[in-house]
Design a binder for this molecule. Structure first.
Ligand SMILES: [Mn+2]
Length: 324
């Protein structure tokens, strides 16, 4: 049965089922869904007797603290150990370049499989399962494993649950559908330690991050007409608080929590002086705005890169006001 109406679904089930070795990669700066999907898929394919190498573009590829306890961490290899793979599975990558330095190896392989849920995914694989209504890539992996007849266990279910709980904002965002919770319930039935996961993933910030969050909240600016709230973080902030940029994903959630705004933006200064901008919306679409700046993402959660804060805020506020 082809799920989600995804044309290549059955072929992906076949190809993964027949492969002896699979190289699996997620996107650069992997989040909970990228890592949960990656390790869950790796554990499951190993359970079928296949060799797997799981990785992402980073030097070194090392699990961030909130996820370092994830089962399957032992299948992580460094990106430079990946050559031309027979079967290459790209997970949670909205475009081929999200693989970073691994894109060439991915395309050099015999079969590149692209499994993802980002709108705007350009079907960069030889086989593509792109389902924008899926809560997470982990959800798609779970359904594929079901069709491949891989029995779940606590470890696989834990990885996939982490992917779902993080990408749905703890089952709060609009991508949480009845089927999402049904699948999550099924995963929990494999003794997934949900309260422990909540602690490890959502209550694991360093003390420095607490202080950095304070700075960012203190700086927040409200653009009333556009119902936009924004703030920013500099490299100096990171140095002063001892925080690594990879720990700063939660800053946008702190900024977005005011009822005074529908859209929240946070500007994070990159080593090259430019700003990585994250947008979160409670209603107005921000995906198109991000794409117009060469970025990408979902309707309610998107991002792009900008040169400076003031002019970008002005133009984002204008786009929001005009409803474009
Ligand atoms: Mn995802």
């Amino acid at each position: 049965m082809t799920r989600y109406g995804a044309a290549d679904w059955d072929r992906v089930v076949e190809v993964l089922g027949a492969a002896d070795e699979v190289t699996i990669a997620s996107h650069v700066k992997p989040d909970g869904d990228a890592l949960g999907s990656l390790l869950g898929a790796s554990l499951a394919l190993r359970k079928l007797g296949k060799k797997t190498r799981a990785t992402w573009d980073a030097s070194p590829a090392a699990l961030p603290v909130p996820f370092e306890w994830l089962p399957g961490a032992t299948s992580v290899v460094q990106p430079e150990e990946v050559g031309g793979a027979e079967t290459f599975l790209a997970l949670d990558c909205g475009a081929g370049d999200r693989l970073g330095s691994l894109e060439d190896a991915a395309r050099a392989g015999e079969c590149l499989i692209n499994i993802d849920h980002h709108p705007g995914n350009d079907d960069f694989g030889d086989l593509n399962v792109v389902v924008t209504t899926a809560s997470s890539t982990a959800e798609l992996v779970a359904r594929l494993l079901e069709d491949m007849n891989v029995p779940l266990d606590t470890e696989i279910a834990t990885c996939l649950y982490v992917g779902m709980v993080t990408d749905t904002g703890r089952f709060q965002y609009s991508n949480t559908r009845p089927d999402t919770l049904r699948l999550a319930a099924e995963l929990l039935s494999y003794d997934v330690p949900a309260p422990l996961i909540a602690q490890k993933v959502f209550e694991s910030s360093s003390f420095g991050l607490l202080k950095l969050t304070g700075r960012v909240l203190d700086r927040a600016v409200l653009v009333k007409d556009a119902r936009l709230v924004y703030s920013w973080m500099t490299r100096a902030d990171l140095d002063d608080t001892g925080v690594n940029i990879t720990e700063t994903d939660s800053l946008i959630d702190a900024v977005r929590s005011t009822r005074a705004a529908d859209v929240a933006a946070i500007f994070k200064e990159q080593p090259d002086g430019r700003f990585r901008v994250s947008l979160r919306s409670k209603g107005p679409g921000v995906g198109a705005i991000a794409r117009s700046w060469g970025g990408g993402g979902h309707d309610l959660a998107a991002g792009f890169t900008a040169d400076d804060i003031d002019s970008t805020v002005e133009s984002v506020a204008r786009a929001l006001a005009s409803g474009e």
